[in-house]
Design a binder for this molecule. Structure first.
Ligand SMILES: [Zn+2]
Length: 226
């Protein structure tokens, strides 16, 4: 597997562009310049109206490398917003190198299952094979939801790191219909305790992304699309 992944890892070294065959196939680049401008215009107001949520401390067991890859997942989340999507990103790292990235594409695809984590797994599992997921670490900009944890369990992943706690970013959104979601640790603890879960990490940075996005999104789109 190492030999097979070798050239791929080299191609996908941190910061390198994905080869065309491994790029997220969703039409994320379709957001119009107008949409981006409109968002920028509303951005200033949004910041003023966002709820202040105090970030939780970093999980002390996270490593310096974990910080680097959570930072990358936050970059993807911000990129998704710039492209007219929702603020979530995910990264798969094998042997210290990024082998797959995905941004939430539910808005552009109109497919509600296209969360960053599930989208990454369903897009890249056929290309990378199960061994890459078993040996890899999945980084998620926000704590994976129950749907994505199901995909994580089925993908054979054994290590997951998340940036922003789900309950924390839901506080930014306000009266969310699921104010007390099942946490990934609760689900993993009941289903496969062999999986290591780390997080939160750099939550202040992750909350800032949500604080600048959701007030604008809720005013623009209403609650149905959130
Ligand atoms: Zn999800």
């Amino acid at each position: 597997m190492v030999a097979r992944l070798g050239p791929l890892l080299a191609l996908l070294a941190f910061g390198a562009p994905l080869p065309a065959t491994l790029q997220d196939p969703s039409p994320l680049a379709s957001a119009s310049a107008e949409t981006a401008t409109e968002h920028t215009h509303h951005h200033q107001q949004s910041v003023l109206l966002a709820r202040a949520v105090t970030p939780l401390a970093d999980d002390p067991s996270c490593t310096p490398a974990d910080r680097v890859f959570i930072e990358r997942s936050y970059q993807l989340a911000r990129q998704s917003v710039q492209e007219g999507g929702f603020p979530f990103g995910a990264v798969l790292v094998v042997d210290g190198a990024i082998v797959a990235e995905y941004r939430n594409s539910t808005a552009s695809s109109q497919d509600p299952t296209r969360h960053a984590e599930l989208g990454l797994i369903s897009t890249f599992a056929p290309k990378l094979g199960r061994e890459a997921f078993r040996r890899g670490t999945l980084y998620a900009s926000s704590e994976p939801c129950i749907m994505c944890v199901g995909a994580i369990l089925n993908a054979g992943l054994l290590r997951v790191v998340y940036g922003t706690t789900q309950t924390q970013f839901q506080r930014v959104i306000g009266d969310h219909p699921q104010p007390s979601p099942l946490t990934i640790r609760e689900i993993i603890g009941r289903t496969n305790p062999a999986i290591t879960v780390k997080g939160p990490l750099l939550e202040k940075e992750g909350l800032a992304i949500h604080e600048s996005f959701w007030p604008w999104a809720l005013r623009t789109w209403g609650r149905d699309r959130s």
